[in-house]
Design a protein around this ligand. Structure first.
Ligand code: SF4
Length: 372
């Protein structure tokens, strides 16, 4: 056997092992793809040129590094893409969304932050690959990512066969829906790529585009982040524009509507990862209780959670809007009035909006949806 044929055989064996190791590490799926992302890069540039990224300057900051993995990590030939399901068991998103006294937290954020867990597992996977290569005289270099660098995660996942990018801009898997995190390893190894891409199966469906509370989809596959409740409640550091406050309803951290409505999510399976199970009742919290947290309580109860990164001020801002969209009970009005005296101008302005709304007797309009 020639040296080239022997190396190809080794790399095929390694690719099969990578899939097995990924499963042993708790990932539901792993795929391997080349790094040809030029067409995705062109679409990203058009999206950025339209200003749909809002204040997320980091989306534009790295230029071609995002769609040229070899510019980010020299020598990269392949990306290994992995999937980790996160939907907590017994989660009832629609029940929470329908209850104006409850706070809706995006289901990915009710447990522990996923970055550390995925990074640790990807590091183990990378170490296994390096050990295999060291044993077989191959030079392996790689770098692991999870939502932590300019990496086109969804495009790579689609190319690696983990699903297709749906009209809601999420990766959808025909056997697992879209409630999952992604992670990647860039590698210099010329591993055989997967040729098992899932065809786009959105068909004529437009449910996600219609259900969006703030009409954030400019069209299929195109999201104006500036209108998206996830952006408005998490990335946006300033005031929430008034036109979006009523449609926010009781969503205080992110929004899952375009996933909840997606018919493919009937195939989603609950996660067995204890880290992703809800903590401190964040999957079912009362708005008034959460609004009553002191800053120290906020820091204590969101330690290790993705929620912590928005900080206490934005947390209070979002809760004030949600309270303004709920019932005008004496307790709610008293809590808002009390907080007015001791808060920041940003939060105070949102409290004033909420109080004006509750006193005028306006109630939020709610859309009725089915449970996934
Ligand atoms: S709701 Fe319909 S159109 Fe939207 S992502 Fe799901 S299948 Fe595609």
């Amino acid at each position: 056997m020639s040296d080239t044929a022997a190396t190809e055989k080794l790399l095929s064996e390694l690719a099969a092992r990578i899939r097995t190791w990924a499963r042993e590490l708790g990932f539901q799926q792993a795929g391997i793809t080349d790094c040809e992302l030029e067409s995705h890069g062109e679409r990203l540039q058009q999206w950025l040129d339209a200003g749909y990224h809002g204040d997320m300057d980091w989306m534009a900051a790295h230029g071609a590094k995002r769609w040229r993995p070899d510019l980010l990590e020299p020598g990269t030939l392949r990306a290994i893409s992995v999937r980790l399901d996160y939907l907590p068991p017994d989660t009832q998103p629609v029940r929470i969304l329908k209850d104006p006294g409850k706070a809706y937290v995006s289901r990915y954020a009710t447990g522990r932050d996923y970055h550390k867990l995925i990074r640790k597992r990807l590091a183990r996977l990378a170490a296994q690959i390096e050990a295999f290569c060291a044993d077989h005289g191959l030079d392996a270099r790689g770098r692991a990512f999870t939502d932590s660098a300019p990496v086109m995660e969804r495009a790579l996942a689609e190319k690696a066969g983990l699903g297709w990018i749906g009209k809601n801009c999420m990766v959808l898997n025909s056997g697992a829906g879209s409630w999952f995190f992604l992670g990647e390893i860039y590698t210099n190894l010329a591993l055989p790529v997967d040729h098992s891409e899932q065809p786009n199966q959105c068909g004529e469906c437009t449910a996600c585009l219609k259900v969006c509370p703030t009409d954030a989809f400019v069209g299929p596959y195109q999201l104006d982040a500036r209108r998206c409740i996830s952006y408005l409640t998490i990335e946006n550091k300033g005031a929430i524009p008034e036109e979006f406050r009523e449609p926010m309803g009781n969503r205080v951290f992110g929004c899952d509507d375009c996933q909840i409505i997606c018919p493919w999510n009937k195939f989603a399976k609950p996660t067995a990862e204890a880290d992703f199970h809800p903590r401190h009742g964040l999957d079912d919290g009362e708005l008034l209780t959460l609004f009553g947290w002191t800053e120290q309580e906020f820091l204590d109860r969101t330690a290790g959670s993705a929620i912590r990164r928005i900080g206490y001020e934005r947390w209070q801002r979002n809760l004030a809007v949600a309270l303004g969209n709920g019932e005008a009970s004496p307790e709610v009005i008293a809590a808002l009035e009390q907080r007015l005296a001791s808060t920041t101008p940003l939060v105070a302005e949102h409290i004033q909006w909420a109080l004006a709304r509750l006193r005028s007797g306006r109630r939020r309009k709610r859309k009725i949806r089915r449970e996934p």
